[in-house]
Design a protein around this ligand. Structure first.
Ligand SMILES: [Zn+2]
Ligand SMILES: [Zn+2]
Ligand SMILES: [Zn+2]
Length: 261
């Protein structure tokens, strides 16, 4: 049985791997003056009602995101998977080590933690430079439901191309980035949601991400009270796309704060 605590969710980034604007692109969305069309790489911070602050993924934009939203405290990091747009900001953990004077607990499935060790070999090297030069992380493999403080976290296996990666459910909130399929066994874990966050890349088909139409279809099937789409490419202008979505569904944007009772 899931512990139903309330959470506050801050979207640090809602863009696809290139971010929006993309380097060297002059399209209408990349040149838009609507700040909601400005999308850094995908990540959220979840604040639980016992005051823990949980970061999902460490994007290459983590430092900028943390400064922009004044994220001073992170008690744990959850990884959805090890693609570069979700991983490459891990070195910024040094600052949180210093502020909290403690190591950072990092959770991911076995494949993801293997990639963390490989990509950030310097963190785990026996001859790593001592002092402030290296993040101090403790890796915890996820094998089913686990707890951070009083908050139960349910990992949700989702399909990302040929890969199965993790989404996460916190009470009546679920975050499912980077997916183009959700197995029935995982749909069963997504009943009774107040708020769902789901991948919706663009309109054209993609081998590893839902299109906006596929995402709307899946969100309708899951039936959360409200659904926010994330991991958005430059193909989708915020205002125009939202105007065409069904009631209760909208694109997320960087900085958006959502409360889930
Ligand atoms: Zn563009
Ligand atoms: Zn990915
Ligand atoms: Zn991604």
């Amino acid at each position: 049985m899931l512990h139903s605590t309330s959470v506050r969710v801050r979207f640090l980034g809602t863009g696809t791997s290139h971010g929006v604007p993309m380097i060297g692109c002059d399209c209408a969305v990349c040149r838009s003056t609507d700040t909601r069309d400005n999308r850094s790489r995908p990540s959220i911070v979840v604040e639980t009602d016992d005051g823990m602050s949980v970061l999902v993924d460490t994007t290459p934009d983590l430092r900028t995101q943390a400064l922009r939203h004044d994220v001073r405290r992170i008690d744990a990091i959850l990884f959805t998977h090890a693609h570069a747009d979700h991983l490459m900001g891990l070195d910024e953990v040094r600052r949180y080590n210093w502020l909290a004077r403690q190591p950072m607990p990092v959770f991911g499935d076995a494949a993801t933690l293997r990639e963390v060790r490989r990509t950030f070999a310097y963190i785990f090297a026996a001859d790593a430079p001592a002092g402030g030069g290296v993040p101090d992380v403790r890796l915890f493999p996820i094998a089913g439901e686990f707890c951070l403080g009083r908050q139960t976290i349910q990992p949700i296996p989702i399909r990302h191309g040929h890969w199965t990666i993790l989404g996460f459910r916190f009470g009546r909130f679920a975050y499912l980035t980077d997916c183009n399929g959700i197995p029935d066994s995982s749909i069963a874990l997504l009943q009774g949601l107040d708020c769902l966050v789901l991948d919706a890349l663009r309109r054209r088909p993609h081998p590893t991400h839902f299109t906006i139409d596929e995402a709307v279809q899946m969100a309708t099937r899951i039936g959360a009270g409200r659904t926010y789409f994330t991991h958005i490419a430059h193909d989708l202008p915020h205002a125009e796309t939202c105007a065409g979505l069904p009631a209760g569904m909208t694109l997320a944007h960087d900085g958006l704060l959502v409360e889930v009772a």
